[in-house]
Design a binder for this molecule. Sequence first.
Ligand code: ARG
Ligand code: GLU
Length: 727
Amino acid sequence: MSGKTNSNNLLIKGLILFIIVCGQSAVNAKEGMWIPATLKAHEKDMKSLGLQIPVDILYNENGTGLNNAVVLFGRGCTGEIISPQGLILTNHHCGYGSVQGLSTTENDYFANGFFAQSQKDELPVAGLTVTFIRRMENVTAAILDGIADTMKDAGRDSLIAKRTRATENEFKEKTHMDAMIKPYFDGNQYWVAIAETYRDIRLVGFPPNGIGAFGGDVENWIWPRHTGDFSMFRVYAGADNKPADYSKDNKPYRTEQYFKINASGYKENDFTMVYGFPGTTVENISSFELKQVYSITDPIAIAARTKKLDVWTKHMGWSRETFLKYTSKRAGVANGWKKWQGEVEGLKINDATGKKQKFEAAFQKWADTAKSYPYAKTLLSEIKRLAEHVDALITQDQYNKEAALAIELIAQAAAMEKMITCFRQNFSDKELQDTLTKLVNVMAGFYKNYDAPTDKDIFITLMDMYVKNSGDWLPEYYKTQYDNHRKDMSIWAEDVYGNSLLVSKDKLAAFAAKAKKEDSAQLINDAAWQLYNAMNVQRKMQISPVLKYYNSEMRYLNRLYTKAQIAMNKSKTYFPDANLTLRVAYGQVKGLDPDGKAPYSYQTTLGEVIALDDTTSDIFRVPKKLKELYSKKDFGRWAVNGTVPVAFTASNHTSGGNSGSPVLNAKGELIGTNFDRAYEGTMSDYYFDPNRCRNISVDIRYTLFVVEKFGGAGWLIDEMNIVKSSK
Ligand code: ARG
Ligand code: GLU
């Protein structure tokens, strides 16, 4: 009897605990990337989750908000200002391209790192820009006034384009700054961003790959994670503190809006925010379009890239030269390959389609009687019909891109088009030869990182995939060649790579140097050109026009569908899909427990990095100096329990473009730099699951430890404002 009561008590206690734990995660984690100028509407919610400052600090109309401390870094990353002298913090992988241009065999910053020891040492990066968003304004009325929702023909687009240009010009004149208008909510809203782009940006600090890219592609998209993925730059300005072309007389950009750094850390469930530029999300599409993602485009890309990566990895292992040529290309191909696998798995595990279908049934019921939205009734059936109509086209388009054009020789043959047109000009032989030679020289960048034997193996694998999957779409030229080479890919490849001029720069250059008018046939009959051209003609004539029409129809339907969903679902606050504009996401520091079996901690440490050290591996070799600092426990102010925190996870809704974004605590102080998402949650571009979606950040204490102790650049820390929590 008493035993039974006890177990009943336990059961009840367990149940209460269950409710608390599950209830909490359900209530607390949030999907959404909000426009800073709309945060007032979220202030109550954010405060109930732990925000301790007015949202005005993040953004306000007086121009003093922290939006002035967030920059679009380059073309697709985010950075944050962390000192009154324009010091920028971003990711290592965001600075990578800039450093590639500055690094030489004598000064190999990837191997050794780079830390300026004074402002004089900072290295200008040609072409790099950062953009500040000073203000945002809802301009929907100016753009859409008098245009009916269901106005559809091309007149709508051109009218909107005209109004957009005129409104941008008004803002430019008024503010003497840039003004950019973009559509939000699939074209139901328009916002202008008043922006300033600085173009004298200099490299300040860059850890070696052994820290900044530690774990490489193996740990990419993976939690737990051990990468010190950060780098530092500085904004320089003219004498008036405004954007200026590079000049040695430019001065560090002066500002009062920069992030204070909190080095006291955080605990699980602490409130956090990510302030940055997420690139693309597609949250409100129908189940029919979602199906195209996980059943057509993702699987084809994954299958083709699996083959490509196998071949590349083999060749890269055989030769160091090939390794160096393909390492950066491989990282790019592998990045999408892994993300999409996580996406397909995540969408399946969550039954995202089932959930969408359920929603669509409810939507249809609502739409059937929604008098103010007469167009809603037929939306889903039209979307379905349209989507299914292009399944075959989308499939072939993806094989074209991920199989045929993934063969470098075929993709590169596009460059032969210009050479061929030269033969049609009225050139003398000399003029012809000079022009052709110039065109060949433009391809130097391609040849520097091209290995024909590797590409020939890619041809054997991917052409097989292309031929066998294209069905009726296979261009006539491919059919004949396939048959002529006894349906044997190796024989075909032998012929193509043995004879094409394009396989080597020397061959092509020799042809150019001696070319005469009558030699044009050599180019036109070149197998690389024939392969490229046959497919390109088909794409241009049969695929692209239909897809263009499809996309514009779908844009129209999706605009209405999004509008109707919002009208139907009054209790839900919708956020506009990411479009590479400034956003705030909020969530909490959280570990990850994807299968409910064994949760991962929300944090990793330097001790774990050292434990992973492998001196025989390119990506897990810990730099000697870091090991020395660890064994001497020389951690300075950045130690926590005898180690240094390295990375942490939180439940903020982020996407590509959020790399480098400031991760803030409840007071708006910087605690880390965002750089990735966990594999289990990469489907968040389509569907956000609070239990599986995690953003991954470098802990600011690891960044500061590396700058000070590894890089010996304590002078940078002196210009920052480092606070301790008052908790
Ligand atoms: N996955 C991150 C992103 O999408 C980081 C990519 C760079 N790192 C790498 N190992 N390839 O951009
Ligand atoms: N690494 C990504 C970037 O470069 C961020 C990760 C993500 O997609 O969330 O923007």
